[in-house]
Design a protein around this ligand. Structure first.
Ligand SMILES: C[S@@+](CC[C@H](N)C(=O)[O-])C[C@H]1O[C@@H](n2cnc3c(N)ncnc32)[C@H](O)[C@@H]1O
Length: 416
């Protein structure tokens, strides 16, 4: 597979000084291919035809400033969304020196990431461009006839291997080596060596198809370091994809002492222990974190309570029957439960903190609101937070930003 015109030496030199606008004109390196299955291994006679309209494109993004590049398998429309992202392609910020993490063996878990020094809640541990992003599934067609479920799954896995192979073949040598050095826990289920690594190490990625805050994110990203994070049901980090830099930022979601293993959640950690154990089976993980080994009944109860509290301001604001401090009390209880369970990475943690600040704003209490604004500022890893009203101006209780805030004294004004 040709890597495209942006990869010649002359083109790279030209691009190293290119601006975002020039990049926009050049567009990305892409090869449009129809979704042809060249070798439908198990099910013979695939009905894909070379005349079918292309469903995916393979692209290398971005190749500027001599920074690491990402191989992408993109669904139709995603490339346009990426190119329209304000600020794209933004330079990566300089890396922490010395690095706040290291890769090292984690007993019983293979390799893992560990902190090299104390890290504060809200600190960015690392920025990293993915080696690869690709959809979690690809279109697969079957010729007429009847096939067993096993044949259909195998056929789909073969199609996925084919799609990923195109991207991996386009990688720079060092990126391909980094990809191939990642762990593969799917060696006995029909996955090929590339799909096995893709399924083992994928970090779910949304927002490239125009839909925000999806629970079922359509892409997986594979990264040299973030993909080394092992699972915990009480994780201490949360990865956040920043489209402008096309990179993940890895946040510490609570204070982390030096030498502690860095972890993130692979599955829904609000489920009970039995359901979590079931969801972790495909990753070959038998979790030994505290939530899975100690005081399981209490832990399950607290997690179920957390799942049932929604820190939604209008529910309280528009209901005069509820006391003025109703939402503040609810959210305080929510934050306490989350702290107890070590689940600060959840959206509910950031949303609950902001809901308390918003409640004080609705009540016209800028002194307390500013205290909570300071906490909101320390919890920037939420996807919703990135789009919410900025808190910087609200840190000072005397700021004129309060009187201009859309929620200012709203609780009183609603009932005048
Ligand atoms: C994304 S990789 C994480 C990095 C991996 N440990 C390595 O050596 O590269 C996922 C694999 O790590 C291992 N793993 C992750 N979390 C684990 C845990 N809590 N307990 C045991 N093994 C774990 C499992 O083998 C899993 O398939």
């Amino acid at each position: 597979m040709r890597r495209g015109f942006l990869n010649s030496k002359a083109a790279k030199e030209r691009l190293s000084s290119a601006t975002a606008q020039q990049f926009e004109q050049i567009k990305v390196t892409s090869v449009d291919l129809p979704a042809v299955l060249e070798k439908p291994v198990v099910v013979p006679g695939s009905t894909f035809s070379p005349t079918d309209p292309p469903t995916h494109i393979w692209a290398t993004l971005p190749q500027l400033y001599g920074e690491p590049s990402t191989e992408c398998v993109l669904l139709r429309g995603s490339k346009e969304i990426i190119l329209k992202t304000p600020g794209f392609p933004k330079r990566l910020p300089p890396a922490n020196s010395p690095a706040a993490f290291r890769v090292a063996p984690s007993p019983g878990k293979g390799m893992g990431l560990f902190s090299t020094r104390p890290i504060k809640q809200g600190e960015i541990i690392l920025w990293e461009r993915p080696l690869l992003i690709a959809p979690r599934g690809v279109p697969t067609r079957f010729p007429p006839g009847s096939f067993s479920a096993a044949q259909m799954i195998q056929h789909h896995l073969d199609a996925c291997e084919h799609f990923i192979a195109i991207a991996v073949n386009r990688m720079e040598e060092n990126c391909r080596a980094a990809f191939m050095s990642l762990h593969n826990c799917h060696t006995h289920d029909g996955s090929g060596p590339l799909v096995g690594r893709f399924r083992t190490n994928g970090v779910a990625l949304g927002g490239l198809d125009g839909v925000q805050h999806q629970t079922d994110k359509p892409y997986n990203a594979i990264l040299e370091h973030v993909s080394r994070l092992n699972h915990s049901c009480s994780p201490n980090t949360q990865p956040f994809f920043d489209r402008a830099t096309f990179a993940y930022k890895l946040y510490a979601v609570r204070d982390v002492p030096a030498g502690e293993e860095l972890t993130y959640q692979y599955i829904d950690v609000l489920a009970n222990k039995t359901a979590r154990a079931e969801s972790l089976k495909p990753y070959d993980v038998v979790c030994t974190c505290l939530a899975c080994t100690e005081n399981i009944a209490e832990t399950d109860k607290r997690r179920s309570e957390i799942a049932n509290i929604f820190p939604f301001v209008p529910t309280w604001l528009m209901n005069y029957q509820l006391p003025d401090d109703w939402l503040i009390k609810k959210c305080t209880a929510l934050l306490e439960l989350i702290d107890k369970e070590g689940l600060q990475h959840l959206e509910g943690y950031c949303m609950g903190t902001r809901a308390i600040m918003d409640s004080y704003i609705c009540l016209g209490d800028s002194r307390n609101a500013s205290k909570w604004a300071a906490r909101v500022a320390l919890r920037p890893w939420s996807e919703c937070e990135a789009e919410s009203y900025p808190v910087k101006e609200l840190l000072d209780p005397g700021s004129p930003a309060y009187a201009q805030h859309p929620l200012w004294q709203m609780r009183m004004r609603m009932w005048m």
